[in-house]
Design a binder for this molecule. Structure first.
Ligand SMILES: Cc1cc2nc3c(=O)[nH]c(=O)nc-3n(C[C@H](O)[C@H](O)[C@H](O)COP(=O)(O)OP(=O)(O)OC[C@H]3O[C@@H](n4cnc5c(N)ncnc54)[C@H](O)[C@@H]3O)c2cc1C
Length: 492
């Protein structure tokens, strides 16, 4: 999210810019697994960089999302207190909201609370309304930023992990985890990557959970990332009528707490947990974590437990020992570190990009605007906005929009083909899911994985084994050549 937003911002200028991503896709790190709330920043610590950038990010995303085709819904939030202690915290939260530029946060009587959320569990002691909070699509957002960056001339290199960084001419160009004295780094940076070396005069480190490791390669030791895992439960679309707003808890010093929220895909979300763990790859859900969430959900919205669970997942916040983002531009090194973007980076990404590029300019990066920067519009995958299967005009223009392949999410053959042939095509089924919602519905691909995968393979010229991520030795599958897919409609 953060790296693509910065690349998009840099694409506005006459610069040769390359975006390196270790994974097979953009937005497949922490950015793919979060709560997807468009935060106002009402509860941030006033005076922090995070407070300023979340507020500004809220504004920027609100302005740009519609044009970029990012599904965003202004549903508003109700922050609910459940005991006397939480009730006593509400005036302080309101004061903080005012200090953070959110003067519209206001107390709500219990009568109004239960009138607005009739299925809320009994026992609430008070509430605040936060009208500016909303929900958005966490998958379209980084894809939109990356697509615009690429349209603006940024080169995107996927599956390219930075493993070492050294100043140009260093006798040891590859120094994984090695320390480079700051004042030595006067030439270009030489990056050792899994896909060969890269030379860069200026360097931006937006490596999320791994930003501290890259920062150490540059000779700094300002912060350490300790992943804070957040587990979430996705409820079936039939649960959606249970709720009208985002239901927020009273936040604590370490977490915003467990919430219940609608998603832009028409589901309900319960979570996240907040567990400090040691492994930067441990996105497993645990029985204990899920049981805790369900118990909390039963209190907030008792009807929720009668609904079907569609999926569970977990994401890792890049928490550090500091209570603020770790964003620093080291002018002498021509290097920007953008780390510690914990629980709010989806919202603040555009503001982080604006801030970092501004700071880079002050540090000496020549920012000469390019004329005629291309703007893109992503295909909508949100429930509240027009989808091709509902549009007679779209179907008349392309009959493949009338052929549904994933029935749970009503994803058409036309949408799947457009994604496979897009500017940043998916490399695997996961990538196709994030671009179209195929396989994301209540059957989780039980019925349509075969049809979706075969269409993907045929349209992309990849083998079924590649598409399904099956190791070649086990697959025995032949490569499917391009051309019209045989399966034209339903998966079953
Ligand atoms: C449970 C949970 C709930 C959240 N809820 C919200 C919310 O409701 N609203 C909100 O605004 N924010 C929320 N967030 C926060 C938000 O998701 C993050 O702040 C944001 O996704 C961080 O983006 P990023 O680009 O910094 O990190 P990432 O998405 O992790 O991106 C970093 C990228 O760097 C790549 N990388 C790492 N090391 C290297 C290397 N050596 N070489 C090349 N590439 C590398 C990774 O592969 C990755 O793709 C939540 C987070 C979690 C975990």
């Amino acid at each position: 999210m953060v790296g693509t937003a910065i690349a998009r911002e840099l694409a506005r200028y006459r610069l040769d810019c390359v975006l390196l991503e270790a994974g097979p896709d953009v937005g497949a790190g922490t950015s793919k697994a979060n709560t997807a709330i468009w935060h106002t920043g009402f509860d941030a610590k006033p005076g922090t960089l995070e407070a300023r950038l979340v507020r500004r990010g809220h504004e920027l995303l609100g302005e740009h999302a519609p044009a970029l085709g990012i599904p965003l819904e202004r549903v508003g939030a109700l922050l609910v207190a459940w005991n006397a202690e939480e009730l006593a915290a509400l005036p302080g939260i309101r004061e903080r909201a005012e200090a953070n530029g959110c003067p519209d946060v206001r107390p709500v009587t219990l009568q109004e609370l239960y009138w607005r959320e009739p299925r809320l569990g009994p026992g609430a002691t008070g509430a605040l309304e936060v009208p500016g909070e909303g929900i958005l699509c966490p998958w379209t957002t980084p894809l939109a930023f990356a697509t615009e960056a690429v349209a603006g001339g940024v080169e995107l290199r996927l599956a390219t992990r930075v493993e070492g960084i050294a100043p140009e001419g260093s006798r040891e160009p590859r120094r994984p985890m090695g320390r480079v004295p700051v004042d030595q780094a006067l030439g270009a940076h030489e990056l050792a990557t899994t896909a060969g070396p890269v030379r860069a005069r200026w360097l931006v480190n937006a490596a999320g959970l791994h930003a501290d490791e890259l920062d150490r390669m540059l000779g700094h030791d300002g912060f350490t990332v300790t992943p804070r895992r957040g587990q979430l439960v996705v409820f079936d679309k039939l649960a959606r009528p249970l709720l009208r707003h985002i239901l927020l808890p009273v936040p604590t010093a370490t977490t915003k707490g467990v919430l219940v929220a609608p998603t832009v895909f028409g589901n309900l979300l319960l979570g996240p947990t907040a567990e400090d763990i040691g492994d930067k790859a441990d996105t497993a859900s645990t029985a204990e974590g899920l049981a805790g969430l369900l118990a909390r959900g039963a209190r907030i919205l008792p009807g929720l437990l009668a609904e079907e669970v569609t999926a569970v997942y977990a994401g890792l916040r890049a928490a550090t020992e500091h209570a603020d983002y770790q964003i620093r531009v080291h002018a002498g090194q021509r290097y920007a570190c953008v780390g510690g973007v914990r629980s709010t980076g989806l919202t603040s990404s555009l503001a982080i990009a604006e801030h970092v590029v501004g700071e880079l300019g002050r540090a000496g990066l020549p920012l000469h605007p390019k004329p005629g920067v291309e703007r893109v519009r992503m295909p909508n995958i949100g429930e509240a906005f027009p989808r091709p299967y509902r549009s007679a005009a779209a179907i008349a223009a392309d009959p493949d929009h009338g052929r549904i392949v994933c029935h749970c999410e009503r994803v058409t053959r036309g949408e799947l083909l457009a994604a496979v042939r897009g500017a940043i095509p998916p490399r695997d089924l996961d990538g196709l899911r994030r671009r179209t919602r195929a396989l994301m519905g209540r059957c989780q691909g039980f019925y349509c994985t075969g049809a979706v995968a075969s269409l993907f393979a045929e349209a992309s010229g990849r083998s079924m084994a590649e598409v399904l991520g099956v190791p070649p030795s086990r697959s025995g599958a032949a490569r499917v050549r391009g051309g019209p897919a045989r399966s034209r409609g339903a998966a079953t």
